[in-house]
Design a protein around this ligand. Sequence first.
Ligand SMILES: NC(=O)c1ccc[n+]([C@@H]2O[C@H](COP(=O)([O-])OP(=O)(O)OC[C@H]3O[C@@H](n4cnc5c(N)ncnc54)[C@H](OP(=O)(O)O)[C@@H]3O)[C@@H](O)[C@H]2O)c1
Length: 287
Amino acid sequence: MNRTVVITGTTSGFGRDSVRLFASQGWNVVATVRKETDLAIHDDLPNVKTLLLDVNDEGADTAFAEQAAARFGGIDALVNNAGYYHMGPVEAASMEQIHDQFQTNVFGLMALTKAFLPHFREQRSGVIVNISSISADQGYPYTAVYAASKAAVAAFSEGLNVEMADFGVSVKAVFPGAHATRIFTKIDQAGDIPEDYQSGMQRFFGMQGTGSSPAVTAKAIYQAVTDGRIEQVRYYTGPDGVAVPRVKRLLGADWYWEEFRNAATGNPSDLWKSLVTQGKEPVEFAL
Ligand SMILES: NC(=O)c1ccc[n+]([C@@H]2O[C@H](COP(=O)([O-])OP(=O)(O)OC[C@H]3O[C@@H](n4cnc5c(N)ncnc54)[C@H](OP(=O)(O)O)[C@@H]3O)[C@@H](O)[C@H]2O)c1
């Protein structure tokens, strides 16, 4: 029997590419969107059922999990992909923006996960893949709130991986570097940003590469769901996503932090410039 995956946030980016990849590999897919006008976006794929879900609506999760499981007669994997990007200095972010960022990226993800846990525990199998970010590996400036939300996702995934081990359920986190997706056209920007921050922001965002294709991370998500490596939590994707942990392993996390901080404050060393990948070919994951 074909296996079934639930993927949240599938209108574009990693979610959309993941729907297409899983469907092409023979999986049944329950894809979610949050607007009725997007319900038909996967209609060209016969083994994909698209359902409405706003992950902020925690009260809808239990009924959604039941509906999703009924659609193809069971669920084998959940990919918590839905999320957005809050950007700007912490000083300029309103507490409402900070709460909203955590509501979608963290609490919505936790609530949906909780709705599926009884199902996975009772069937003694299942894989949950949560989308974190390379910015969770150490804080990035001017996106500290977003990075903190993704660090919460990473720690949640590691803790839950151990918690569910007795039941044969695997929990993982994907750490993408920068990818060219629609997330950057929908940024929730902090309000009145004091002029003092402008030069630092320009310097930091000038360090960023253009980003790889979302297909790279869709392959990593597919690998995380299917590789059977129940003990592996972390999957890094994209050139910068792969480079950061590699450099930390080679030279130590303390060295990395010092060099990163020097670069972000305008004093990059030559070694830093030669080690940190910008615009190189994305690392491909084998299917
Ligand atoms: N792109 C990157 O560089 C990058 C790097 C690291 C991590 N990530 C993470 O990867 C995930 C996917 O991002 P992406 O880059 O593929 O961006 P994207 O193209 O903007 O896709 C994000 C998806 O999440 C949906 N979404 C947002 N808020 C939602 C909510 N409250 N309820 C349900 N769905 C919601 C969006 O729906 P709408 O179309 O309705 O807005 C969209 O389908 C996010 O968690 C993001 O934080 C991205």
